[in-house]
Design a protein around this ligand. Sequence first.
Ligand SMILES: Nc1ncnc2c1ncn2[C@@H]1O[C@H](COP(=O)(O)OP(=O)(O)OP(=O)(O)O)[C@@H](O)[C@H]1O
Length: 512
Amino acid sequence: MTETAPDNADQPGSATDRTAADDADALLEVRSLRKHYQDGGGLLDRVLGREATSVKAVDGIDFDVRRGETLGLVGESGCGKSTTGETLLRLREATGGTVAFDGEEVFDMDDESIASFRRRAQIVFQDPFSSLDPRMTVGAIVAEGMRIHGLPESDPTVATAAELSVGDGIDRMVEVTVADDLDRVIDADDGVARVPVSVRMGEKSPEASVDHDLLGATVEEREADLHVEVTVTGSKGEIRRAKAGRLLERVGLSSDQVDRYPHEFSGGQRQRVGIARALALDPEFIVLDEPVSALDVSVQAQVLNLLDDLQEEFGLTYLFIAHDLSVVRHICDRVAVMYLGKIAELGPTDQIFENPDHPYTKALLESVPRAEVAEQGRRVATLAGDVPSPRNPPSGCRFRTRCPKVIPPEDIEIEQSTFREVMNLRETVEAGSLDPEAVQEVGAQRYREEELPALDGENAAVVDSALEAVADGDHAAAAATLRERFETVCETTEPDATPDASGDVVACHLED
Ligand SMILES: Nc1ncnc2c1ncn2[C@@H]1O[C@H](COP(=O)(O)OP(=O)(O)OP(=O)(O)O)[C@@H](O)[C@H]1O
């Protein structure tokens, strides 16, 4: 599989369409983002005469992720969620559109800006088994990003000092306020880090010591005062290892585990390692790509709580990808519902769950298993049929082939279920796959009475005439007859998915 070349030139809704008001609290702004994969076209495909086709995994989506929020991205498998997350992080090359991070265009960044973006924006993958290198210790895995980015940046010889008056006495503990350069070695509180140093009188001169593996202290008499200095004595590698240990502790593991290998951990613990790795570069934004889907239900809540706590502690912004709606409900501030490469609906979580507008959102919610006993017996049939192929998505509204609310033409009266049968018939006729002999055998009218029993009046007459054309082998004429009568706005026109002033989207003609 190859990835199609980018083409940003002619995209609507590009950076220039952004207004200051839209951007006020957006950390990430995604506009007209597209990612098409080129499927086929390799040597074997050419030998077999197969043409390359374009998989429209993400096909023009717009949304913002606001600072400090968790935006959920949900939808059935294959609708383009992971592709969206990976493309906006520039882990995949976009086919079109723009992404701005903190006001800077991600796809236009030079090497220096990209390096900084890669520190500030991280990803946690779904599968904690395959996403950790089995040959590396978890300490090395967590520290790897720091190593690649040359962190810590500070010179290990950097020192910070305090002056003590001898009159203060000598055998005592003093606290040295540490320069920023040492902050990565010890934890700072409100931006200020302090190191306790013990100063005492030695045989000939004062001595200082500090109880820390990576720091050392010296003391020197300067006229009437004592000059106490704290220096980093650990190497960069040791500092990274220490930070990895602290991060493992922060995610609920132990710093003693830095030398263990991934296979020594359970699934939930490995995912904690993946989270520690994402935190190692002090990011602002994290794409969480189904972070709990592969975990036991009992462990899921613990990891979700951890993510919630970390968000608050470090002021993180999340894009939370999930196919399971029940997971996003408790962690997301807003939810974007994706269908076949497009955003169907986006809004505040409560609104999406309690008052959804898009028929796809409603159907997705209906398909969530209910805990309430009274509802357990309910069989959900709303999301019938398969998701169409992203190689050849339906025209107009992509959900129309499965939608229970397709809008019939204004001038005809027809029940939704009957209209759905007509649309299914149209699809078969347009594909040329209705067998003329099957119609000839019973006659057009009888065929229609059996297959579409609820159809009557002019609607029935039009279908009869189309079926007669099928019986004559003329599928094209039959398709044209049916289209003329039954064509719906849902197939001719793509619904507007531009976010409104509040950032909400309902891409459905019923809302026009
Ligand atoms: N490298 C690739 N080459 C070709 N097609 C791809 C590639 N990666 C993904 N796709 C296709 O793109 C579409 C979107 O896939 P994507 O993984 O983004 O969806 P998803 O919503 O994250 O699904 P899932 O929940 O199953 O991961 C799918 O049809 C998928 O088969």
